[in-house]
Design a protein around this ligand. Structure first.
Ligand code: NAI
Ligand code: MG
Length: 336
């Protein structure tokens, strides 16, 4: 097997603990990865005086694949968010967040949920442009920009993902009834793309109804594709459906690089205690292995996580167990 080098960002708070755990499992699996460590976030600010050092950007550009722990964004310094900045720098336009039921979580849906949210990651309400408050504090404005090209590529990504993974249906989520220009352009573009994929069922759903439907009948969804802000909110809702942040991974995919991570943050309230759940980052590693063309190893890792949950072996406190980050990881590694 050839060795693939990936950039590893250990991150802040619980970041180093869950990364140690994730790398322990990947090493035990012998999937042929070499790690190039790079700093970002608070650690980088302390060591190099910058939140996002050039060396880190160079490493990601060179390796094209990064596994990243959560980063703390210090309030009032530098970028509005380092994560948003990374997505911008590498044009990581597709944020892919799977949500699938797991056994022995505290979820309301121990079975039946198996969906992927594909969130547009670079435009919409997330541009820093035009965020203004009037001098007297009486009104505020912001710019939401949607492009035809941005809409086309995210919807195309969702339909290609459906084909590639044997999924049958794509739900285009929008609010074009109210946001007539931005969401309207998105919806019209999505319809044109959908017409090129007659083999995949396509339906349209307004975002508020989508939230209700997700809670009432999540099993009707297969792939959801939507704009940045709606995707942010919906994917957290979906994480909640299957057992919470400790089980929710996300991939940020662009044409030149891809960054795999947990959806959750640096959890300062439990940092350094060795009790953080490593599963979200490990499930990010599952997505990474798929991306690297190792679907068998991706399935192997995922199955080991499910088997460990099923056996209730060394689960962390968020899942009702008394295990630690590393004992949970070792239990998973032993099942790979
Ligand atoms: P958070 O996700 O760090 O924590 C929310 C709650 O979930 C906390 O009670 C925490 O203990 C718990 N939690 C999170 N991950 C867990 C895990 N793996 N195992 C067990 N419990 C877990 O959100 P919060 O507190 O709003 O943000 C903290 C920092 O993280 C902020 O600086 C924020 O900017 C950053 N952040 C970074 C992200 C990233 O790097 N992708 C994403 C979200 C937040
Ligand atoms: Mg979010």
């Amino acid at each position: 097997m050839t060795t693939q080098t990936i950039t590893v960002i250990r991150g802040d708070g619980i970041g180093p603990e869950i990364m140690d755990a994730a790398l322990h499992v990947l090493d035990a699996m012998k999937v042929g990865l070499a790690y190039e460590e790079a700093d970002a976030g608070l650690v980088a600010l302390e060591k190099h005086g910058e939140l996002l050092p050039q060396a880190t950007l160079d490493s990601i550009r060179r390796n094209r694949v990064a596994l990243k722990s959560p980063l703390t964004t210090p309030v009032g310094e530098g970028f509005s968010s380092i994560n948003v900045e990374l997505r911008k720098r590498f044009d990581l336009y597709a944020n892919v967040r799977p949500a699938k039921s797991f056994p022995n979580t505290k979820s309301r849906f121990p079975a039946g949920v198996d969906l992927i949210t594909v969130r547009e990651n670079t435009e919409g309400a997330y541009s820093a442009e035009g965020q203004e408050t009037s001098p007297d504090g009486e009104f505020a404005t912001s710019i939401t920009r949607t492009t035809r090209i941005g809409s086309e590529r995210i919807v195309r990504y969702a339909f290609d993902l459906a084909r590639r993974t044997g999924r049958k249906k794509v739900t285009v989520v929008h609010k074009a009834n109210i946001l007539k220009s931005t969401s309207g352009l998105y919806l019209r573009t999505a319809r044109k793309v959908a017409a090129e994929y007659p083999d995949i069922e396509c339906n349209e759903m307004i975002v508020d109804n989508t939230c209700m439907q997700l809670v009432m009948r999540p099993e009707q969804f297969d792939i959801i594709v939507t704009t940045n802000l709606f995707g942010d909110i919906i994917s957290d809702l979906c994480a909640g459906l299957v057992g919470g942040l400790g089980l929710a991974p996300g991939a940020n995919i662009g044409t030149e690089a891809a960054i795999f991570e947990a959806v959750h943050g640096s959890a300062p309230d439990i940092a350094g205690k060795g009790v953080a759940n490593p599963c979200a980052l490990l499930l990010g590693a599952v997505q990474m292995l798929d991306h690297l063309g190792q679907p068998e190893n991706a399935a192997r890792l995922r199955n080991a996580i499910v088997a460990t949950l099923e056996a209730k072996d060394s689960l962390t406190p968020d899942l009702g167990g008394t295990g630690t980050t590393m004992s949970f990881a070792k239990a998973i590694a032993s099942r790979t």
